[in-house]
Design a protein around this ligand. Sequence first.
Ligand SMILES: [Zn+2]
Length: 250
Amino acid sequence: MSARSIVMGVGLAVFWVLGVCVSHQGWSDDGKAVKEESPPATDNAEPPAKKTTKKSSPATSKRNAAGAKSKSMPANAEDKPADDAVAEKDAGKDKEFDADGRRVTLPKSNGEWKKLLTPQQYQVARLKGTERAFSGKYWNNHKDGIYRCVCCGEPLFSSETKFESGTGWPSFFAPLQDESIKLEEDRSLNTVRVEVQCKRCDAHLGHVFADGPAPTGNRFCMNSASLKFEEAVGEKQSKKNRKTPRPAAK
Ligand SMILES: [Zn+2]
């Protein structure tokens, strides 16, 4: 009897323990399902996540949704750095010159200038030479635009002040800005002349004489070799490209 009752007791105990364990497993399974399956890949976690949303509070589903969104966000975030990288590459294309066409870094010696200029440009602009009359690129240029310093890109003259001097050199009655040029007394060739230099880089541009037309009466007699012409159409287009998108965004 006692043995049977012991066996029965043990059997009941085992049955009870199993039942408790099964019921506990049910709870613990749900608990584990939430804890273990939500952190790994969302694809595998989706079916249990649906179960938990039914059973548990909507807060977890919101978290899952937030997690899903945050996972999709990096894809967009990756696009933005890519655009920035492209923009940086574009900006870096013309590192030699800034957005306004000026040379960013000015050489400190004639040896460095020589590497950047043609032999004639170097001879005229850095060694104060003079090109032969009617031989330059711009004495007969009638296009609208600006003339920059061939060395540093500083805007020096405009086609609006260019006139027919008949000398064979591009001639202007005024510079774009007085601040862009500097005048030096030149006593070479047994005469006293006024040399015109680029104020930014000291390039020799030519000379200025007092026999020019109105309104200034000055004749800036320049060397084409010291200048770099920039046609107005291209400049207007580039200005449009730069400025129209921004104001339109207002
Ligand atoms: Zn210059």
